[in-house]
Design a protein. Sequence first.
Length: 158
Amino acid sequence: MTPATPEPVFTVADEGHIEILLPLVQGFYGIFDYPFDASEMQAVLLPLLRDATLGCVLLIQIGPTPVGYLILTFGYSLESRGRDAILDEFFVQEAYQGQGIGTVAIAHLLNHLAPQLGIKMIYLVVERSNLRACKFYSRLGFVAQDRILMAAQAADLL
């Protein structure tokens, strides 16, 4: 944190935070030109905000100002020896980047939230071209795996 930046405050979001989260998610999606439809995103976010068994959304604020968020979704793996999580999305607004907020948010996740939620392993996916993020995550102890991430829409299989 730079001396002028106040400590971030972390709040586990609930459905009452949806109007705060949607513009932040739109900002994240805009960086990568991912399609964003507010109604669709609200319909996808609300179950996560209502059902703690699916995961959690951590709202990041500086004072009263929302500056970012991170989303964890839960799974369970024998290799992980129990509950694991995917750091599905992590975003800090550009005006607040480079001030240590991301580092403090990941430390909060690893030191407080993960143990509280019984998370044994945290995975994340980062764009190969996002060298700044790759360096950031590596510096924090995340290690690239020698595996291939594969995906398919369930409706498209078989």
